[in-house]
Ligand binder design. Structure first.
Ligand SMILES: *Cc1c(COP(=O)(O)O)cnc(C)c1O
Length: 344
């Protein structure tokens, strides 16, 4: 497969904006920077940020074991996903494939970009129907989104199914690994070299505890990273975000411990949810949330809201009738949830 054939002609022909900091990247204190019309008085953010986020990327490269040249960062995964649409999907012409029930942003971004959506519902175990997906795909199917572990179901997709899809789908396969750090499954980033049409996205919003700074990560071949670099806004990751990400990534042991704590709290929560009389089913989860089936999701959702507890009602999602999604909180928050569930 030639990735160049999948890129939109407009994007291939694009001459990217060259910013002042792109043209010359110096970092020595004794240089004089009069190139970007900045205010020269120091306050920590008076300079434009590094457009290539080199320090953040080198820390991520070390943590994830992936070379910097295979990494692109965005203002949240949402921006990364939007860049992928704009690189590969011709408006009013191309289509994408999503596998509901899944993360809502894929279809929102498709709608924003005027790209048709083909939906192939997951099977009863929330696994992809591989042959149906491949049959549904046509020559205009440019992107296939696999969310694993999947939101809102929590399960990971079987590796054999994912591998077959990457090998046989004739467009780009995007594996959204927002929850991979909570899972025992291996990340697909380790197999980027095998598959030129593979993009893996991750985020600092969940396990890394930095939803507020908006930092999304894209791992892919150099060919794909360079296309996305051409269309990203030059300074898409702001200075405060980069500074905070660097501080946090330098103490990665803390993140690892928090993930272990969340997983332990998840086990405790699940054992207690098992005893709630209107919860009929607790779905297996590889993420920091758990999906449960109840007698009447909307009634239970409203009862919890009245008690000041906000969860997610997923009952309108295909395959998720009467399902609620609980995020794992602190042990104290989880106890409040359980006590409240037992009192309503
Ligand atoms: C939370 C989540 C994200 C994260 O998006 P950000 O824009 O990076 O905060 C991405 N994908 C899925 C499936 C999610 O649930």
């Amino acid at each position: 497969m030639n990735i160049q054939d999948l890129i939109r002609p407009t994007i291939k022909a694009l001459k990217p904006y060259s910013s002042a900091r792109d043209e010359f990247q110096g970092n020595s204190d004794d240089m004089v920077f009069l190139d970007a019309n900045e205010n020269p008085f120091e306050n920590g953010v008076n300079r434009y940020p590094d457009p290539q986020q080199r320090t953040v990327k080198s820390l991520l490269s070390e943590i994830k074991g992936i070379p910097v040249k295979n990494i692109l960062l965005g203002n949240g995964s949402d921006e990364v996903l939007d860049l992928i649409f704009r690189a590969f999907c011709e408006p009013n012409q191309d289509n994408i494939i999503t596998l509901p029930p899944t993360y809502g942003m894929y279809s929102v971004l498709a709608n924003i970009n005027a790209v048709e959506i083909k939906r192939v519902q997951l099977d009863d175990d929330f696994q992809p129907k591989v042959d149906t997906i491949l049959n549904e795909a046509d020559t205009k199917s440019k992107l296939l989104f696999l969310c694993s572990p999947n939101n809102p179901t929590g399960n990971s997709f079987e590796a054999i199914a994912i591998e077959k899809l990457i090998k046989e789908f004739k467009g780009i396969v995007v594996i959204d690994e927002a929850y991979i750090d909570f899972s025992n499954e291996e990340s697909w980033v380790s197999r980027l070299n095998e598959f030129p049409n593979l993009i893996v996205t991750q985020t600092l919003s969940k396990a890394y505890g930095m939803a507020g700074i908006r930092l999304g990560i894209c791992f892919a071949s150099e060919a794909i990273i360079s296309v996305l670099n051409r269309i990203k806004p030059p300074y898409n990751v702001n200075e405060l975000t980069q500074q905070k990400a660097i501080l946090q990534l330098e103490q990665n042991e803390l993140t690892k411990q928090q993930v272990l704590d969340i997983l332990q709290a998840r086990d405790v929560l699940i054992s207690k949810l098992n005893l709630v009389d209107f919860i009929f089913k607790i779905y297996p989860t590889d993420a920091n949330f758990v999906l449960v089936k109840v007698d009447d999701a909307t009634k239970r959702y409203n009862q919890l809201i009245e008690k000041g507890i906000v969860i997610r009602n997923r009952t309108t999602q295909p395959g998720c009738e009467n399902c609620l999604r609980f995020t794992i909180g602190t042990p104290e928050e989880n106890k409040i949830l359980i006590d409240t569930l037992n009192s309503i």
